[in-house]
Design a protein around this ligand. Structure first.
Ligand SMILES: Nc1ncnc2c1ncn2[C@@H]1O[C@H](COP(=O)(O)OP(=O)(O)OP(=O)(O)O)[C@@H](O)[C@H]1O
Ligand SMILES: [Mg+2]
Length: 434
């Protein structure tokens, strides 16, 4: 057999192996490291997992810490997709054209560093600042999220980078509404961002994805997947807790404009008691901080945050935690696989014991708990727990997770004035909606 025939057989075998994006990236893709120059793209495990997920699932949403190499791995995926599938129409959007162009720039430089034999099979036939076209008909284009994207043609893959940071007057909501139809013919979508507070479309899509309520597969990537503790401490030195929560810890609550001072939120986070010796663990799944077990500090104002199981799966947990928001400490938590009736009893018992207002998210999930509590209120108004009447506790319902900032705002008011604002007519004296 001639050398050229042998070469062609090997090339064909190699190209077949490259159908796997992880194999292709690790063996043929190069990246430019700021200090080391051009290096092989040795994937971190989470990067390899992302590549597999991008190939497997139509819709992926990535909540990430800064500088994890996500834009770079997405660039490798776009290149793989354009190179090994014909006629792909790929659009990469970001808040700033520079960022979008930068991803396309990375894709181009990855393409240029592929082996010659690969490039000869699928040459670059158009190359300008905003995009490239390959001879197999695939194109990759970049755009800002502020442009009118509604007129885009049917897309095979849409990438939205820095999705929580889309600037006004546009919003991810608008962009998603106008681009969603361009995926109707079977296109895939990857949405990526660090968090930017709550109450935006990225937050909504990610939370829904976590709850299995939309078609996106969620991925959460924390800083420690790539970096060590020393790096983290050095990065955090000059940053506010808000910046740390946002840029490194994938925290929605602490980022954006929360009304409770972010230092308080972070203090609460830090004051979750981890030392087992300081905790009493009860058989029923309750953990209580010993100092709070039988005596509450005089100034304590306690809120019990209830986390009701989705109920679709009998293995789900019902849970709650109680926070003293004045002393900024989470002193009690509970988690168990119990039915809603037992859960209601435990919620009431500990809300009364610790004089805690009960906070429930008023969504489909929280609804069963709310209804059960209401029934108790109506049918057994004299129900007491250790001498306290049920009507002495307050229940706060947030109508939607998006209203969390409002809830927090009103908790502040509650702390200041020791009163809650009520404007709900239906359950007036029982439930306080914000
Ligand atoms: N597997 C890897 N090995 C070495 N360097 C890597 C790897 N992956 C990415 N990098 C480098 O890490 C740096 C950050 O990558 P990138 O910009 O893709 O991260 P990002 O998560 O998108 O960051 P940002 O939060 O700024 O958007 C770049 O210099 C990139 O070349
Ligand atoms: Mg990036």
């Amino acid at each position: 057999m001639k050398d050229s025939e042998k070469f062609n057989i090997l090339l064909k075998q190699e190209l077949e192996k490259c159908i796997d994006p992880v194999y292709f990236t690790e063996n043929y893709v190069k990246i430019v490291h700021p200090k080391k120059g051009v290096i092989d793209f040795d994937l971190y495990d989470y990067q390899a997992n992302l590549l597999r997920a991008f190939k497997k699932n139509r819709f992926n949403i990535v909540l990430k810490a800064r500088q994890l190499g996500v834009s770079t791995v997405v660039a490798a995926y776009c290149l793989h997709r354009a190179f090994f599938k014909n006629n792909q129409n790929i659009l990469v959007c970001a808040t700033k054209l520079d960022t979008a162009k930068n991803i396309v720039g990375i894709i181009k430089s990855m393409y240029n560093r592929l082996p010659k034999a690969f490039k000869m099979i699928n040459p670059l036939i158009m190359d300008n600042i905003t995009g490239i076209r390959l001879s197999n008909g695939s194109i990759i284009q970049s755009s800002t999220t502020t442009e009118d994207l509604g007129r885009s043609q049917a897309l095979s893959l849409l990438v939205i980078d820095e999705a929580a940071w889309v600037k006004k007057p546009n919003s991810l909501e608008k962009i998603w509404a106008s681009l969603r139809p361009t995926l109707a013919t079977g296109g895939d979508c990857i949405i990526i961002s660090t968090p930017n507070g709550i109450g935006n479309k990225f937050y909504e899509l990610y939370k829904e994805a976590e709850e299995g309520k939309n078609e996106f597969v969620p991925h959460k990537l924390m800083w420690y997947l790539r970096y060590d503790k020393e790096w983290f401490e050095k990065e955090c030195k000059d940053k506010t807790p808000q910046e740390i929560a946002q840029e490194y810890c994938c925290e929605f609550i602490g980022s954006g404009k929360t009304v409770i001072d972010v230092n308080i939120l972070s203090d609460i986070g830090n004051n979750i008691i981890k030392d087992k010796d300081l905790i009493t663990q009860l058989d029923n799944g309750i953990n209580i901080y010993k100092l709070y077990e039988n005596n509450l500090p005089d100034n304590s104002v306690n809120i019990m945050f209830c986390d009701v199981s989705r109920g679709e799966n009998s293995g789900d947990y019902n849970a709650f935690h109680i926070i003293d928001i004045v002393n900024k400490i989470q002193f009690c938590d509970f988690k168990a696989k119990i039915d809603i009736n037992n859960y209601v009893n435990i919620v009431l018992k500990y809300a009364i014991k610790y004089n805690a207002s009960i906070m429930i998210e008023n969504n489909g999930v929280g609804h069963s708990l709310i209804s059960s509590l209401l029934m108790l209120y109506r049918e057994r108004p004299d129900y007491t727990v250790e001498g306290t009447k049920i009507e002495d506790i307050k229940i706060i319902c947030e109508t939607h997770a998006r209203n969390m900032t409002n809830v927090i705002e009103n908790i502040n008011e509650f702390v200041e004035e020791n009163s809650l604002v009520t404007d709900d007519i239906e359950y007036d004296d029982i439930i306080f909606y914000f």
